[in-house]
Design a protein around this ligand. Structure first.
Ligand SMILES: *Cc1c(COP(=O)(O)O)cnc(C)c1O
Length: 451
């Protein structure tokens, strides 16, 4: 039998069954494997730190969400939010599952095309579409969601120059009970701006009004805002039928469903408080089914769900760099991944687990990343097992936004792997090297002369 490593004894007050300031019972079940692949072997083979995605989790989460909506409503479509995670392999899994692409820049638009998405299955959102972007989207028959009047006027010009009649929608912002309301994107519902835009489009023979779009916010922890949003969208659609006898083809409710992560300061874990896909679906669909649509023209319901579909499928594994005591005696662990790789640690209290069995000993610990920067804090204070230098860890639920918002800051970005349904591991993004960066740089000749 292996000799157990020495552990310094600690005295801890027992509070059986009582919530502590860290919420209810704190457990540190280790995550030793992901989809049957040992974390230690992943780190050995692909380096530390390492992003790991589970194809199985992506597909099962998507199917659960799709079923929640399609069992309640006859005509449902998901469109994958590229900015949430635009690793090509991840996007292609969603496309295989039937998702269209939802993009918010010319770069993302081209990424979707290169991923094999047909132009007429790309939804082009966002406030910054260049004229060239609009021309390309018109040529490809994409769904262009107009954000503001300047874009509307430019698009009318672009449409006139081409023979095409682009399919458009407007993005609508509204008071859906979320404060501060996101009113910087799209046309406002309450002050009549949305109708101004709709009237302009309906009286323009160069544009085809195909749908209505909204995206009321992100990480929305209640279903009520969706009920309000669906009500206002349906009202506009019914108003268009009444005034113009025009039947829009779709209502796009955007994204924003909360993932199971825990927001900073949340008392209960997100996994206990987040509404289910069924809850969100019920709120939205019950409104649409009740609305006064002509029965032959029930609009397609589009969802642009991002974080709730991918967060659970992503893991960040790594190694403890060091442990130390802060000046006030608090224990601190330094990990080899920080806010450079885990942008979402600014919002979430991420769930960090040991990646090998540990004893029950825990202590209040600050968890830092490796950067030489004061802001590099993953958890300011959490009850954490006594991991040592060299011990592996796993951070759960990191699939949304981290591989798009990560920074090449102080360190290089690591490998990303995908574990497929038969537990085969594939590198889906190679680690960066010094050459990756130097490739983009050039030095004026006179600076190459050494003194
Ligand atoms: C970011 C974004 C989404 C995805 O939002 P989530 O909160 O990740 O679900 C969907 N639609 C639009 C327009 C977006 O900007």
């Amino acid at each position: 039998m292996d000799k157990k490593p020495f552990e310094r004894p600690v005295i801890k007050k027992l509070n059986a069954g009582m919530p502590s300031k860290f919420g209810l019972q704190v457990r540190h079940e280790p995550i030793t494997e992901i989809d049957g692949v040992p974390v230690s072997s992943l780190l050995e083979r692909y380096g530390s730190p390492l992003f790991i995605y589970s194809e199985k989790t992506i597909r099962s989460t998507f199917r659960e969400a799709f079923r929640a909506f399609s069992s309640r409503y006859p005509n449902v479509l998901f469109s994958w939010s590229y900015k949430t995670n635009y690793l090509n392999a991840i996007c292609k899994i969603f496309h295989q599952e039937g998702s269209w692409a939802e993009v918010v820049s010319g770069f993302e638009y081209k990424k979707a095309l290169e991923n094999g998405v047909k132009g007429d299955r790309i939804i082009f959102n966002g406030p910054d579409k260049s004229r060239a972007d609009l021309q390309l989207a018109v040529k490809n028959g994409s769904l262009i969601h107009i954000d503001h009047f300047d874009e509307l006027y430019e698009l009318i010009e672009v449409a006139k120059e081409s023979d095409a009649k682009p399919n458009v929608a407007i993005r609508i912002n509204m008071d859906a009970g979320i404060y501060p309301a996101w009113d910087r994107f799209g046309f406002n519902y309450e002050n009549g701006e949305a109708w101004d835009a709709l009237n302009r489009i309906m009286h323009c023979e160069n544009l085809e009004l195909a749908g209505l779009h909204t995206h009321i916010g992100t990480y929305i922890m209640s279903t009520e805002p969706y009920r309000i949003a669906a009500t206002k969208m349906a009202e506009l659609a019914v108003g268009l039928e009444r005034k113009f006898h025009h039947h829009i083809r779709y209502i796009d409710i955007g994204g924003g469903f909360a993932s199971k992560n825990t927001l900073k300061g949340g008392y209960y874990p997100g996994s206990d408080t987040t509404p289910s896909f069924e809850d969100y679906a019920e709120a939205i669909v019950s409104v649409l089914m009740k609305a006064d649509f002509h029965p032959d023209h029930l609009p397609l319901l589009i969802l642009e769900t991002g974080r709730a579909l991918i967060d659970d499928a992503g893991y960040l594994a790594g190694t403890v760099v060091a442990t130390k005591r802060l000046a006030d005696g608090q224990r601190a662990s330094i990990l080899d991944a920080g806010v450079n790789l885990l942008f979402t640690s600014f919002w979430y209290d991420h769930d960090i687990r040991p990646a090998k069995p540990v004893s029950d000993q825990t202590e209040e610990t600050a968890i830092f990343g490796p950067l030489c920067m004061n802001i590099d804090v993953i958890r300011k204070s959490t009850i954490f097992p006594l991991l040592k230098k060299g011990d592996p860890y796993v951070i759960r639920r990191v699939g949304a936004y981290n591989n798009t918002q990560w920074l090449q800051f102080i360190t290089l970005r690591p490998n990303v792997v995908l574990i497929d349904n038969s537990s085969q591991v594939h590198v889906i993004r190679r680690e960066e090297t010094l050459e990756t960066l130097n490739d983009l740089e050039s030095t004026p000749e006179h600076l190459n002369v050494h003194k």
